[in-house]
Design a protein around this ligand. Structure first.
Ligand SMILES: [Zn+2]
Length: 297
């Protein structure tokens, strides 16, 4: 699923030697400290936001890596001219129990970029909108895939407010500057209506076909994971591991596709050990175990 969030721009200035090295690892040319302006951004954190969602704390380091090299654009225009900033470093910072991704970006000074720098300095371009793709959203109350269990974001269950926990970072997108007044009042940000979906962006940029293709692939991936989960549950039940289906479903919903593949392989191997003759039809073999187990060690 696509996730879009607004976030804050920190103070900026001249890069340190270490930062300049990281910048030049991203930049094509060799830039000097005088040529670039550096600022920090607070990207995603692990707190519940106004959409009733939060990023999984353990997913943040991987998501941070995905943001490195991503460009920042002004006015949602996708021309190379409007790509003014680029993230060159990102890490997870923990403060007062809150983990968040702190990123550093640079802007190459000169021309149009100087206006953007002046706006950042003045606090006008204080916020950026960031987007990323996450593989899964799970219910914070029961751990099921969000939307499959009946728990609703923002509702309270036995004193626990439900939220969707976003897991498995897949991609991070370009970020864009959102112009907000330095002295903004609460609520002004929402009135700007700058939240857009990837689909809207794709329509605007004329890349609908690419978007649809990606969407289709993502759906296929989700379906595949669902099938894998079903297969693992079926194997567990066939092997009489003593776990009820609801328990297995709950476990499977918390496991990644890679882990499911390993589980399936291990369970299949065990199945073949136990029911060598019927390994093609392991489900049917369960009834015949009494007859055929005579040769088993
Ligand atoms: Zn739930």
């Amino acid at each position: 699923m696509e996730v879009k969030k607004e976030t804050e721009v920190g103070c900026g200035g001249v890069p340190t030697a270490v930062q300049l090295e990281a910048i030049n690892a991203q930049a094509k040319g060799k830039l000097t400290a005088e040529q670039v302006y550096v600022f920090s951004l607070r990207l995603c954190d692990d707190q519940v936001d106004r959409d009733g969602e939060r990023f999984d704390t353990v997913a943040l380091p991987e998501l941070a890596k995905l943001f490195i090299g991503k460009t920042g654009i002004v006015d949602h225009k996708w021309s190379s001219d409007s790509q003014v900033a680029r993230i060159f470093a990102a890490e997870v910072v923990k403060e007062e129990g809150i983990s968040y991704i702190k990123a550093w970006a640079y802007i190459r000074r000169g021309g149009h970029a100087d206006e953007v720098i002046a706006d950042i300095e003045a606090g006008i371009k204080k916020e950026v909108s960031v987007g990323c793709a996450m593989g899964r959203a799970v219910c914070s109350v029961c751990g099921s895939e969000y939307g499959t269990c009946g728990h609703v974001k923002g509702e309270s269950y036995d004193g626990t407010v439900c939220c969707a926990i976003l897991k498995e970072p897949m991609d991070a997108y370009e970020f864009s500057f959102v112009a907000v007044p330095a002295q903004r009042e609460a609520g002004v940000l929402k009135a700007l209506g700058s939240r857009r979906t990837l689909k809207e962006l794709a329509d605007e940029l004329g890349v609908q076909a690419e978007y649809r293709e990606l969407f289709k692939q993502a759906q296929l991936g989700t379906q595949y994971q669902k099938l894998l989960g079903d297969e693992v549950i079926r194997l567990c039940l066939s092997l009489n591991l003593g776990m009820e289906e609801p328990v297995l479903r709950s476990i499977v919903s918390k496991v990644s596709a890679e882990e499911l593949m390993k589980m399936k392989a291990a369970l299949q191997a065990r199945m073949e050990e136990m029911y060598p003759v019927r390994c093609q039809l392991p489900g049917a073999a369960v009834q015949d175990i009494g007859v055929e187990s005579g040769f088993m060690i």
